[in-house]
Ligand binder design. Structure first.
Ligand SMILES: Nc1ncnc2c1ncn2[C@@H]1O[C@H](COP(=O)(O)OP(=O)(O)OP(=O)(O)O)[C@@H](O)[C@H]1O
Ligand SMILES: [Mg+2]
Length: 261
């Protein structure tokens, strides 16, 4: 799909970006080039991703479907640079993260990638505000800027009144909204969400998905989400299924059942 969301995006409606990372490379912000991932267990090789080559992104909302164990989380982790393929390259915005040193990749990830996990993964000893600030503080930005940005984001996710609370005082939906604010604090080009509503009830999950969709679309970001939610499949720009190590685009996605366990 062309860059509809980038053209439609209106960054003045969202918090001020830390850096302008919008890309014009609409051939594919995310590119997998002959990516294979195998795991060895007890002397047996398991091929989870088998020579996958694909390009996507460009302000798109992409959904990944597939049975449990089909490699969805593995694929997100490769795109996010928290795992490395056995062979092949992963390119983000024209940069081969698979050819970077560990330090370069860590810095790249901090700048370009935001993660939202099923289990929220907030740090229990930090307040809501501090959790959201953390990724930028690690990057050494002046703390007053970071604080302002964190507070603006927390306002956007409807948690301005809980900034000083600790995560264990928040509901699951509230914790996931904090995690969304944290994922967006570095104004990432790519937001990766791994079953972000897996631990939430239906209504809360719907709110969280709406928020994630709205905030990433407004800013023209590339959202890649693993989910079984049929509503999400219906509103996604592109839907892929992982099956037998291959990633196949599902053009009929809105009319197909999303859950395939
Ligand atoms: N570190 C590892 N060592 C060995 N095997 C692994 C490792 N990580 C993942 N796997 C295997 O790779 C396969 C894909 O795992 P992955 O977590 O990507 O699946 P998934 O599609 O996300 O599943 P789910 O929907 O249950 O979260 C699984 O069979 C899993 O057991
Ligand atoms: Mg998974």
């Amino acid at each position: 799909m062309p860059c509809a969301f980038i053209q439609r995006s209106n960054s003045s409606t969202i918090i001020h970006p830390v850096a302008n990372q919008t890309t014009n490379n609409c051939a594919g912000v995310i590119k997998l080039d002959h990516v294979t991932k195998t795991y060895e267990e007890g002397g047996v090789q398991r091929v989870v991703l088998n020579d996958v080559s694909i390009e996507f992104g460009c302000g798109e909302f992409t959904v990944l479907l597939g049975k449990s164990g089909s490699g969805k989380s593995t694929l997100l982790n490769l795109i996010g640079g928290i795992d490395a393929p056995t062979s092949g390259d992963v390119w983000i915005d024209g940069q081969a993260i698979t050819r970077m040193s560990d330090t370069e990749r860590t810095l790249f990830r901090r700048r370009y990638i935001g993660f939202v996990f099923q289990a929220f993964n907030l740090i229990p000893t930090l307040s809501v505000r501090e959790n959201v600030m953390l990724p930028l503080e690690l990057g050494g930005r002046p703390s007053a800027d970071v604080r302002r940005r964190a507070e603006a984001l927390l306002e956007q996710v409807g948690l301005a009144h809980r900034m000083d609370a600790f995560p264990d005082r928040l509901s699951g939906g509230e914790q996931q909204r904090v995690a969304i604010a944290r994922a967006l604090i570095n104004d990432p080009l790519v937001v990766l969400a791994d079953e972000p509503t897996g631990n939430l009830d239906y209504d809360t999950g719907k709110l969280v998905l709406d928020l994630l969709d709205t905030l990433t679309r407004q800013a023209g970001k590339n959202l890649v989400m693993v989910t079984h939610s049929e509503e999400v499949v219906g509103v996604a720009d592109r839907v892929f299924r992982l099956r037998d190590g291959k990633l196949v685009e599902d053009h009929l996605a809105p009319h197909q059942p999303a859950v395939s366990v």
